[in-house]
Design a protein around this ligand. Sequence first.
Ligand code: SF4
Length: 576
Amino acid sequence: MKYPKVVLTADRTLMSPYRGISLASFFGCAPALDLNRKQTSLLYRILGNQVTPRLLFDFICNPIGHTNGIANYAPYGLRKVEAALIRDGYSREDVVVAHPDYIEQFIGPETQAVGTYEMDPLGMGPVTMTFTYGRRQMSYDEYYCRDLHHRINKAKARNGSKAKVIAGASGTWQYNYDPAKIEEYGLYGIVEGDLGGIGPEIDGASAGGKFFDALIDGEMDTANPFKKSKFKIDIKEFSRNGREYHGRFIHYWDEPSVEDIPDIVKPSMHGMSEVMRGCGRGCKFCDVTLRPLRYYPVEKVQKEIEINMKYGGLKNAWIHSDDIFVYGLNPRTTKNMQPNREALEELFKGIMATGIEHTNPTHGTLAGAIADERLIPNVSKIIRASPDNHIGIQCGFETGSTRLIGKYADRKLAPFKPVEWHWVVKTGVKTLNEHYWVPAFTLIMGLDNDETPEDSWETIRLIHELEVEQPESKFTVTPLTFVPIGLLEKSEFFDIGSTMDPAKLGVMYKTWQHNFRYGIQKFMRKVGRNNLIKNLFFAALARTLGGVPLTSMERFARQKGPEHEKVIEKIKANYW
Ligand code: SF4
């Protein structure tokens, strides 16, 4: 048997439909193992090292389907890389997107490169760090990523493969903080930024096949600053615990035109399809904004949706956009970032014309959503939003601090002003909810390491005001730690492990309490409402899923001391 030249894959936590429960994808952040548990303890005798029982995790994180070991669906970024390789002359037999459970079948003597897609490889994402007490336990994200790399290495050793393993996607920054893993996983290189369409854009005509050719031909073996190369190689050296480690970090920058971006050729996870790249809003903490704005014409979007429908039997389309409400406008000439309603209506009419039953844009700004009062009602009608067809959208809440939002993201609010931020958030939630949209907010913890306790409390207060003033409102809030990219790339990372002051723990605690009470519990109660057994099971699951992090944070506060404990008490008393 001839093995493929390039194998692309991702670990189980990124290759699961999570039984169709979108919020359950957070479950990868749950603790898997406690390697310090006393062997004499009762818990050890019952569960061994397991924290969240693996049986439970594996049930929720059910593996994606496969055909002879080839994944039936894959993260969109991997699909773009696959499509770019096929476009650039790699044959279908040369490139395989492997199911993680069958990776061994595809790595052999002819395999030259293995690309892994990684979002939280070492469990250092903000939510994960909280659940695992700053990585004192091992999360499922890390557990399954480690499992994947160990299996890749075993397969290489067994089948005599010299394949170069490169890790890509939004979580690769984590290797800077635990470089021993670069050695343990035998990583040849780490692509800084995303691997695929949503990042350094290695699917453009000047990369794609050329990127993998350079990787395979050894062009990336040395970091020669005098040799002209599109791919900047940075050999980083790290000293840890008296040992030296090295990592080859690969940087690449390209801005392919829309015509140079390939269409996916096989189905993507969740029916993902992008409609634009870049964003003109200029938030300083975001690198998307540094890229030029490009829009897919409606026909290109339709082609990808049709691939997902035809080969994946999908009936829904997640529309990847950085700010969907910027689609079709020119930020240089459009006054106040006024949305181009006609272009958006055409886009969504085109999407629905494919015969898809459900669609939702992945990202959008609150200001964009309410800048034109006919926009959300009209688009909602087109995409048939209803009480039985809610539209999820991720929106940047970023911070409740009007000082920070004005300093770092004033154009995110256009046409409104930073002092109006709280009004924008409240009106945005109201407008979206009224038309059956549910925003999933993300906020940034430790923005540019400039967040004061007063800023954090403003965030806590704003979330609470929303709950009190709009008790029926539907939204979730996920805190993310500040990563220095975009115009702030020279800043320091926010280190959640050692910089979690009491007020920031308060933000974490409040967000999870909100998600538990207003999101998970309400949502889970609806799952299986026609089946008593199923309903009871999911209600119990909601309690387990939601309660564990809150208890973990309370324990964390007790360990940290009275200042942290006081914040938890204050939130319980005043902002619950
Ligand atoms: S609106 Fe979103 S995508 Fe656009 S620059 Fe700001 S953070 Fe980035």
